[in-house]
Design a protein around this ligand. Structure first.
Ligand SMILES: COc1cc(O)cc(C/C=C(\C)CC/C=C(\C)CC/C=C(\C)CC/C=C(\C)CC/C=C(\C)CC/C=C(\C)CC/C=C(\C)CC/C=C(\C)CC/C=C(\C)CCC=C(C)C)c1O
Ligand SMILES: C[S@@+](CC[C@H](N)C(=O)[O-])C[C@H]1O[C@@H](n2cnc3c(N)ncnc32)[C@H](O)[C@@H]1O
Length: 327
């Protein structure tokens, strides 16, 4: 009991201290993996501050960045087909749910970090376009006695079918962005979309710039998650929303056993057969197990300064959507 209490006190002091350090933004300070159960670094871990995890491997922080870059450079061409095969299309529903949860308002400025091949950005553009079209239709229906010419003119004068909404896709990997741009061309997305090469830990954007920040299946790959969360907070406007879709902790024991079996026995095999890349898919399943639980991640988001932080577990907790606001 006494040990538990002193641990709790030590954890609390650690958390307060890291918060103070972060608020001061002292140069050189970076709280990194591995963490204790409350997302707090321990003294024994201080010595290994430059070490982190790459899946189940312990590597230096520099090595992790390079390895993650190599993984996505290697899988980029087969990324979309692999996701459909591995999840039997379920990842599409999770991504749709992220955009439905966002429920963007007309004129929303979205930053999609670790946006890769554009799945979230394209869903956002389709959503705001449909929303804007619906608004125009409702306006026309409400106006009685309009002539056919007036109705046609209204449609033709529609200069911005997105109603002012915009999305910036930011990713550290050139190959993923290249595939994304090709997909955008093929799907007819041009307006309201920008592609930026950049690191989630040091975003190349001004403070208070975006209404919404999304990150889907990206934050797990970032070396300093707390740094990425602080950057999310910085670039959001006051009132802006943070939304993260990420693998999480399965809450059903039967699903958990099947999922583990499927993850370790099937996914790397699919990776080898379809993408010729066992190792990257081994990394995927291992990195999922290293990521904090719903509650731990919620606490990390709060530590970065977000408020009203909530989460929703989907598919028995295989993934979760976390939400927070910059107030
Ligand atoms: C390198 O890093 C990455 C690379 C990427 O390409 C992507 C990402 C980021 C990730 C995404 C964008 C999402 C990708 C999706 C996944 C990783 C998959 C998530 C998994 C699921 C939605 C399915 C979860 C599965 C279960 C709960 C267990 C159900 C599974 C079974 C009944 C099969 C159990 C398997 C065995 C016992 C092994 C023997 C089976 C075989 C050899 C046959 C193979 C079977 C299949 C292909 C069936 C698979 C079945 C499903 C998917 C059914 C789904 C069912 C439910 C959700 C309940 C990235 O970071
Ligand atoms: C699994 S993909 C997710 C892509 C997309 N968001 C989706 O949902 O399909 C992970 C992406 O995170 C990117 N990534 C990894 N570390 C990053 C970092 N530090 N900054 C920005 N992007 C990063 C990778 O290049 C890759 O494109």
């Amino acid at each position: 009991m006494a040990t538990h209490r002193s641990y709790a006190l030590w954890s609390y002091c650690g958390r307060r201290w890291s918060r103070v350090m972060r608020c001061c933004r002292l140069p050189g300070f970076r709280s990194s993996w591995p963490r204790g159960p409350l997302g707090v670094r321990h003294l024994s871990q201080e010595k290994q501050a430059t070490e982190t995890h790459f899946g189940f491997e312990t590597v230096s922080e520099e090595e992790k960045g390079d390895k993650v870059y190599h993984v996505f450079e290697s899988v980029a061409k087969k990324y979309d087909v692999m996701n459909d095969m591995m999840s039997l299309g379920i990842h599409r529903i999770w991504k749709d749910m992220l955009v439905w949860k966002m429920h963007p308002f007309p004129g929303t400025q979205l930053l999609d970090v670790a946006g890769g091949t554009g799945d979230i950005a394209f869903r956002f553009l389709n959503y705001v376009q449909a929303q804007h079209k619906g608004k125009l239709k409702r306006q026309l229906r409400a106006q009685q006695n309009l002539s056919w010419e007036e109705i046609a003119r209204k449609y033709q004068n529609e200069e911005d079918p997105l109603g002012g909404s915009r999305v910036v896709v930011c990713d550290i990997n050139k190959e993923m962005l290249k595939i994304g741009k090709q997909k955008a061309g093929a799907q007819g997305h041009k307006a309201g979309l920008a592609w930026v090469l950049g690191d989630a830990e040091e975003l190349p954007f001004d403070d208070d710039k975006f209404d919404v920040y999304t990150i889907a299946f990206g934050i797990r790959n970032v070396t300093h998650i707390d740094q990425a969360l602080q950057e999310a907070h910085r670039v959001l406007k006051p009132g802006g929303r943070f939304l993260c879709l990420e693998f999480s902790q399965v809450n059903n024991p039967l699903v958990s056993r099947l999922y583990d079996l499927y993850s370790f026995q099937v996914i790397p095999v699919l990776g080898e057969v379809i993408a010729g890349d066992w190792k990257s898919y081994q990394y995927l399943v291992e990195s999922i197990r290293q990521f904090p639980s719903q509650e731990e991640f919620k606490e990390m988001i709060q530590d970065a300064g977000f408020e009203k932080v909530t989460y929703e577990s989907l598919t028995s907790g295989i993934v979760a959507i976390h939400s927070g606001f910059k107030l």
